[in-house]
Design a protein around this ligand. Sequence first.
Ligand code: CA
Length: 230
Amino acid sequence: MSRVLIVEDEEAIADLEKDYLELSDFEVEIANDGIEGERKALSGEFDLVVLDLMLPGKDGFEVCKSIRDAKNIPVIMVSAKKDDIDKIRGLGLGADDYITKPFSPSELVARVKAHLSRYERLINSNTKPGNQMIEIRGLKIDKTARRVWINDEEKQFTTKEFDLLTFLAENPNHVYTKDELFREIWDMDSIGDIATVTVHIKKIREKVEFDSANPQYIETIWGVGYRFKV
Ligand code: CA
């Protein structure tokens, strides 16, 4: 499910936008000022930002600029004045779209949908046809390019973390002991022991799991080892 961040200080407007987006099955959060909005937008938890221009704390121009410096998620800027839109364009802040108040909520929903599908196509085009892919729920592994995404957000893995995750994902529902995994992924000569496996599993979980204490992908089978759940 795509997550949308609304940065808007007028509560009634923010609530209306939220209601409509939720009706279209988006997960929505509201930030009431520019500082909180910027922090949330940069957190990596959102797929799109609806950003009001006039905001307390930091205005929409500044917030848009810092999002653009760090992320390529779509940003739809909202303004009460048509003149502002020319200004936004003129500044070249890299907003993906502009919408003037008052607008109909359904127009906003349509634009959010359009930008998200364009963005998803962009993300998917990063994976080349012919590459060997593993896709399990929100987890996507490109074996050829050795890249990993969780819910379309790319995560960085070390060589061994990647090898271990891929091995488990390719052999789902099979319980492996730490010994077996160590022999499989590490050379026999390599320095380390089965504790290395535990450390690597922990690091992988930090990247792929929403809640490491309640893993959705790599499950601990107490006293035995691990298994990749499907
Ligand atoms: Ca405002």
